[in-house]
Write a protein that binds this ligand. Structure first.
Ligand code: DNO
Length: 401
């Protein structure tokens, strides 16, 4: 398995020199400054690549190996009239990346919002901070801050009471922070920078789009992208919804075993693959992530390794635990991925199909507590995760080989 590390570009507080010290040599990155829908030109790609490759002295080389993500324009998800132009632009970006040798591409198909958390500084008993999702706070945002027109029909009376309680318990600053976390998006999120008014209009665009229609729109996208990916030697790795369920009335269609099975049976080409995000899939109580990982191992090109603990009182709230200590057994996941790599080596007689993984998110801890960090993407917490995963992988590899 190939160790990788997400880097948000020159403004990332975790520098490339820091990344080099982690021992991970594969950088996961994107052209965050190109507006959604525009083509990633070869010159912009090569410039970013040269920043990553630039080695001073005899230091270890770094390589831009994985793209996370090329954003998918909302018009594609909504099948609007410009969608064919945007699909063409997405393909052009993908092919330009392939020409520069970057061939593993993560993307998602979540409407309007990308990954979503209500809490960025949950106090753990260790003293470190974790990210969390509190369903009561999220519902409070939906019902009492956003005041989404149809929201009341989607909650039970007791859920509305709990949300009201959570809303009343928050100070204005806490309400503003919650709003910002949800509508402005978290680092690396592929959503636009909304205010409350245009956020409501963005949601309204989906009021007549059923999950089945959104799946058709994803299929239309993939039916054009996948053959070109295959031609360019690109591995497409769709990222699951985070959290994996309907939010704010929006359809979410990459959430369950059923969704994944359907996605791959509708578009069986081997270039159509998965980012196995264990934390995202694992934040849904009825997802058996180990069995999903086993079932789709051959399509897994990229793994986000972390695990959450679900609050069993509502089965919807969760917090991000230490990498090996969530509800999903990461050791079992690693064993599945290592066995899959062994299968690929025997089938293909090459090492070219190794699976990239990154320690996904990390607690904000130690010296990082006094720093401004990208939530989830501080250095020390991820480094701890990487070290734990590296140790587990070494031990399992000895056992399997
Ligand atoms: C969050 C990330 C997501 C992910 C996108 C992929 O930490 O996992 O923002 O990058 O959903 O397109």
């Amino acid at each position: 398995m190939l160790e990788s590390w997400r880097w948000f570009g020159p403004s990332d507080p975790v520098s490339l020199d820091d990344v080099r010290q982690t021992g991970a040599q594969n950088v996961v990155s994107a052209l965050h400054d190109v507006p959604t829908g525009e083509v990633w030109t070869t010159s912009k790609i090569e410039h970013h690549q040269s920043v990553i490759n630039n080695i001073k002295g005899n230091r270890l080389p770094l390589n831009w190996s994985v793209v996370e993500s090329i954003p998918v324009h909302e018009d594609i998800k909504l099948a609007r009239k410009d969608c064919e132009t945007y699909i063409g632009n997405w393909i052009a970006s993908m092919e330009n990346l392939a020409k520069s040798g970057i061939k593993t591409i993560c993307y998602n198909f979540m409407p309007v919002i990308d990954w979503t958390r209500t809490d960025l500084n949950l106090h753990l008993s260790s003293g470190a901070f974790a990210l969390g999702f509190d369903q009561r706070k999220f519902s409070a945002f939906d019902l009492f801050i956003l005041r989404r027109p149809k929201a009341r029909d989607e909650y039970s009376d007791s859920e509305i009471d709990e949300a009201r309680g959570a809303f009343n318990n928050m100070s204005q600053d806490e309400r503003d922070q919650l709003t910002s976390n949800i509508i402005r998006g978290l680092p690396g999120g592929m959503s636009e920078n909304y205010d409350l008014k245009n956020f409501s209009s963005a949601l309204a665009n989906y009021q007549n789009i059923s999950p089945a229609e959104l799946k058709d729109n994803l299929h239309n996208f993939l039916s054009q992208v996948v053959p070109r990916a295959e031609g360019a030697g690109v591995k497409l790795a769709i990222h699951p919804d985070d959290p994996p369920r309907k939010l704010l009335g929006l359809p979410r269609i990459v959430s369950t075993k059923y969704d994944l099975d359907e996605l791959f049976s509708r578009e069986p080409n081997p270039a159509n693959g998965l980012t196995l995000c264990v934390g995202s899939l694992g934040s849904r109580a009825d997802n058996d992530v180990v069995s999903m990982a086993k079932h789709h191992a051959s399509r897994t090109f990229f793994a986000h390794l972390r695990a959450v603990r679900i609050n069993r009182a509502d089965n919807k709230s969760f917090f991000e635990a230490s990498h090996l200590d969530g509800d999903t057994n990461i050791i079992k996941i690693l064993r599945i991925l290592l066995i899959e790599e062994q299968r690929r080596r025997l089938d293909d007689h090459t090492n070219e199909n190794e699976i990239f993984f990154r320690p996904d998110h990390g607690h904000q801890m130690m010296d990082d507590m006094a720093k401004t960090v990208n939530p989830g993407y501080s250095a020390i917490g991820r480094l701890k995760g990487l070290a734990e995963l590296r140790g587990a992988i070494r031990a399992l590899s000895e056992e399997i080989s």
